[in-house]
Design a protein around this ligand. Structure first.
Ligand code: SIN
Ligand code: MN
Length: 272
């Protein structure tokens, strides 16, 4: 799978590109079942909604579940990622943000790279996020909202120096949230757009694009899987204690594409 020149141009100009139904309904079902299994495993990698039992986010499932391990190497995903970043890429972070019906909380407006620069001393924004909708996403269940083009403006300067922030987890963007004043200017210039779609739709988004999302007040779940790929030459250089491995993956070996059905589907080489 390769992006067309038009699609590459759209990604570079707008900082976000949607690929409708890149995964089949069967593949989405396999991933949902794997999530169901993995999200019941207790541990620090599983972050619950405030004061609740339900998961808000589950990290590093690709290291525990063969289905997600296969997904990160799928040529349909790796092809576009390598076009954007170059051949040598690895998974920097893997998470599934779950917004359960009625209670899933929102995510403050932020730029991802701000957190990664502060917490991990990541040198450059040589990353790309690949979001996979695991549920149907509508205006009601908390879609991600982007300010398309805002990545051109680069990360907000200021904030604590990397050394001070090195021990912070930055799992929630509240501490790097944009101010109302910053956001008013950004939205005035770039507008806002949410990504909605059927399960299996994929969105590529830039590490410096401004984005956030509202709470899920609908009766429908909204699970969003986000794989963040980094250029292998851009590994973190933590100044203090590195963040845990489930948040910042340590294996910087370049990923090679592996074709074939996901584990659990007919003809798969690996069983789930
Ligand atoms: C969300 O899950 O709605 C936000 C994801 C993100 O900030 O990357
Ligand atoms: Mn983000």
């Amino acid at each position: 799978m390769q992006l067309s020149q038009e699609q590459l141009h759209e990604y570079r100009e707008r900082g976000v590109l949607t690929l409708d139904a890149l995964l089949t309904p069967d593949e989405v079902e396999v991933l949902r079942e794997a999530y169901l299994r993995d999200s019941s495993v207790q541990g620090d990698h599983r972050v619950a909604e405030r004061g609740r039992e339900e998961a808000r986010a589950v990290y590093a499932s690709h290291l525990r579940c063969p289905e997600f391990g296969a997904l990160v190497r799928s040529p349909r995903i790796l092809g576009p990622v390598r076009q954007i970043l170059g051949r040598n890429v690895y998974i920097y972070q893997f998470k599934i943000n779950s917004k359960p019906p009625f209670l899933g909380g929102g995510w403050a407006w932020h730029r991802d790279f701000t957190a990664w620069r502060l917490a991990d001393n990541l040198p450059k924004p040589l990353l790309v996020n690949v979001g996979v909708l695991l549920d149907e996403v509508t205006e009601f269940n908390g879609p991600v909202v982007f300010a398309p083009g805002s990545h051109h403006q680069g990360a907000i300067q200021g904030g604590p120096p990397a050394r001070e922030a090195a021990s912070q987890q930055h799992l929630d963007p509240d501490d790097i949230a944009l101010t109302a004043e910053e956001l008013t200017g950004l939205v005035d210039r770039y507008g806002m757009e949410s990504v909605k779609g059927t399960p299996g739709t994929v969105m590529l988004f830039h590490p410096e694009i401004v984005h956030g999302s509202a709470a899920n007040i609908s009766p429908f779940p909204r699970k969003l899987l986000i794989m963040t790929y980094n250029d292998c030459s851009n590994a973190p250089r933590p100044l203090g204690l590195p963040r845990p491995e489930y948040i910042v993956c340590r294996d910087t070996t370049p990923l090679e594409p592996v074709d074939g059905p996901l584990p659990g589907l007919p003809g798969a080489q690996v069983t789930a």
